[in-house]
Design a protein around this ligand. Sequence first.
Ligand code: CDP
Ligand code: CDP
Length: 201
Amino acid sequence: MKFTVAIDGPAAAGKGTLSKRVATEFGFAHLDTGLLYRATGARVLAGAEPVEAAKGLTPDDMARDDLRTTAVAQAASKVAAIPEVRAALVQFQRDFARREGGAVLDGRDIGTVICPDADVKLFVTASDAVRAERRYLELSGNGHEVTREGVLRDLQERDARDRDREAAPLAAAADAVVIDTSDMTIDAAVQAAVRFIKARI
Ligand code: CDP
Ligand code: CDP
């Protein structure tokens, strides 16, 4: 069985958490596509040329322990605006989406560019203040030295860059279901997503 769930949205909206839970619920594989851009950004910070960095990604690059830092997030969003970097990462994502057994992919352009024919498209969002607070708690809880103001600035800068770029900008697909999680628990968001997916299976 092939079944693709596309989950897009701005930074720290809860895409990854929702994707993991949905993947577990249905036994689908999950790909956090942001990691591809973060790993590319990390390689560029280490001196690599962006397109070569994206083309040569290895499993080790995807498992680096600095991928969640703000510096790498910013580098990711800068390399993500380069069309040739995005082009280098398309096929891997499309192959993953069409794997046997079902797949959930989360990112910025899954429903619009990577999988325009996805079976279910969700666009997850939340207010800037809520997203910044969640990401602040996550990063500070994991030992990162961050401030609330710094986290909010990172999210807003990346969202603006991601929305305004020419190549695969952050946007909800016309046929995506929008889930605003500002006032929702993770469980409530998962329940809503599971309902939509069950209705389409
Ligand atoms: O993948 P994305 O950047 O969109 O967000 P995430 O990493 O899934 O979520 C960011 C943080 O918000 C995590 O620490 C989640 O546990 C938390 N979160 C939450 O508190 N309530 C939600 N409804 C969704 C996520
Ligand atoms: O977890 P968070 O939502 O903060 O970020 P992420 O999903 O790990 O993505 C990091 C950066 O990669 C984003 O700010 C985007 O610039 C880029 N990205 C993208 O352009 N397209 C995707 N499908 C996924 C991420």
